[in-house]
Write a protein that binds this ligand. Sequence first.
Ligand SMILES: Cc1cc2nc3c(=O)[nH]c(=O)nc-3n(C[C@H](O)[C@H](O)[C@H](O)COP(=O)(O)OP(=O)(O)OC[C@H]3O[C@@H](n4cnc5c(N)ncnc54)[C@H](O)[C@@H]3O)c2cc1C
Length: 262
Amino acid sequence: MTEYDVIVIGAGAAGLMCAAQAGQRGRRVLVVDHAKKPGRKILISGGGRCNFTNYDVTANNFLCENPHFVKSALAQYTQWDFIGLVATYGVAYHERDHGQLFCDDSAKDIVNLLLAECDQPTISQRYRCEVHDIEQEDTGFRLKLNGDPVRCQSLVVATGGLSMPKLGATPFGYQLAEQFGLKVLPTVPPWYRIRCTKKTKPASPIFPGCRYRVRSLPNLACVLARTCSLPIAAYQGRRYCKPPRSGNRVKRSLSIYSPVSR
Ligand SMILES: Cc1cc2nc3c(=O)[nH]c(=O)nc-3n(C[C@H](O)[C@H](O)[C@H](O)COP(=O)(O)OP(=O)(O)OC[C@H]3O[C@@H](n4cnc5c(N)ncnc54)[C@H](O)[C@@H]3O)c2cc1C
C-alpha cells in the first residue's frame, strides 16, 4: 500500500497552498482532485483576473462562528505574505476600489504561481481521481483513490464550498465532516445570480434561483438594498462594475454579489 505523510483532497486555492507549505516542511504530499485540472474556480474569480487579496485584511472582514480562528490564521499568514509571493513570481497586479488587488493579465497567473509552489520533489498530484472509503486508523488515515488503497498520517480536506458544481464543487467536505461526527452548519450562498429579462420593475423580494425584472442597475441596487439590507456590488459578464451608476442598462444577465447575512 502506498504511504504519504499528507494527502490533500482538492486542488483549489486552499489545497494547493496547503500542499506547497507541507512540501516546504519536507513532508511527502499527494494532492488529489476528481477534476481534470487544478484551480478551476480561481480561473473564473475576479471576472478572470482574480481579486487575490486586499491591502486591508482584518478578522472583521470574515464571517466565522469562531473569530479567534480567523485572528490566529491571519497572524500566521498575512496579506503582505501573499503580496510578497506574487511579487516574487513577477505577477503584475493593480489596486481597485477599497484596496482590492487584481492581476493585470489573468487569474491564470495565480494558478501558475500555486502550481510552481507545488513543483517540489516531495509533492505529487493526481487528477480525475475519485476518493472513497476514508477511515481513521491509530496513526492516520486509510482511503481509496480510484479504488487503490493508500495511507497517510495527515488528511487535508480542501474540497471547497458548494458554488459552481460545473467546476467540480461537491458536498464532499460536509459529508465527510458528518461522517466523523462534526457539526455542520447550514450552508448559505454567498452570492445570488439574478437573470434580468425585461426593463420592468421587480415587485417581489430577492430569492436565489428566481427571475427578477429590473429597469436598470440603479433600479436593481435599490431593490436589493430594500429587500436584503445589504451593500451590493454588481458583476455583469466578465466586467466587475462599481456601485451602479444611473443610465447603466441591464442587457443580458447580471450576477449580484452580497455578503452573507446570518
Ligand atoms: C464567480 C466567482 C468569482 C469569485 N471571485 C473571487 C475573487 O475575485 N477573489 C476571491 O478571493 N475569491 C473569489 N471567489 C471565491 C473563490 O473562488 C473561492 O473562495 C476559492 O476558490 C475557494 O477555494 P477552495 O480551494 O477552498 O475551493 P475550490 O476552489 O472550490 O477547490 C476545491 C477543489 O476540490 C475539488 N473537489 C471537490 N469535491 C471533490 C471530491 N469529492 N473529490 C475530489 N476532489 C474534489 C474540486 O474539483 C476543486 O478543485 C469567487 C468565486 C466565484 C464562484
